[in-house]
Design a protein around this ligand. Structure first.
Ligand SMILES: Cc1cc2nc3c(=O)[nH]c(=O)nc-3n(C[C@H](O)[C@H](O)[C@H](O)COP(=O)(O)O)c2cc1C
Length: 168
């Protein structure tokens, strides 16, 4: 494991994110993972932050709301088979980790573990959470992403990156 700055490999990681990254949550001894392709790495309040965009309907949303933490993994290996499970089923109904046969490893600064795959990992603690509403939203974005899923807006979970590292 190699500790790196939060913005290490930023361009590579954002390229991976735009296709398939993983967001891990954990509560009451259970770990859940969803695919994420929307998010941002930046600086706010002089802190390194990751902004996760998670729809209200996701089980992951409920878990982050309760625990206010999650980890993000940018995989440096092909995990397309696992991505089908993580992105198409819900942790409400199935144990996705068991289905994929993948494992996790403990995080350093938070309770939520990281996916144990080659890649870069962020340990995130929520600073500010905000559910989107139609108010002030660009009408074209509203029509494209939300008209067919009424009242299923994304929440922005602005989170401090407490640790960042690469695992082989
Ligand atoms: C390529 C891809 C990218 C996705 N990105 C996001 C995302 O950024 N935010 C989100 O809320 N859902 C996203 N999803 C959908 C969730 O991964 C999916 O609904 C998942 O089943 C939610 O699992 P959960 O109910 O266990 O949280 C994406 C799905 C795919 C296939």
């Amino acid at each position: 494991m190699q500790t790196v700055p939060f913005n290490f490999n930023a361009s590579k990681n954002l390229e991976i994110l735009s296709k398939t990254a993983f967001l891990t949550t954990h509560r009451a001894g259970k770990t859940n993972i969803m695919v994420t392709a929307w998010g941002a790495i930046g600086v706010m309040w002089k802190l390194p932050v990751y902004v996760a965009m998670v729809r209200k309907s996701r089980y992951s949303y409920k878990l982050i709301e309760k625990t206010r933490e999650f980890t993000v993994t940018f995989p440096y290996t092909d995990l397309s088979k696992a991505a089908e499970v993580f992105g198409q089923s819900s942790g409400r109904n199935v144990d996705k980790l068991a289905l994929t046969g993948l494992a996790t490893r403990p995080a350093h600064k938070i309770t939520t573990p990281v996916l144990d795959v080659p890649g870069m990992h962020l340990e995130c603690s929520v600073i500010y959470a905000r559910l989107m509403s139609a108010e002030k939203l660009n009408p074209a974005i509203q029509e494209l992403w939300y008209d067919r899923q009424r009242n299923n807006y994304h929440a922005f979970f602005v989170s401090q990156i407490l640790d960042s590292y690469i695992t082989p």
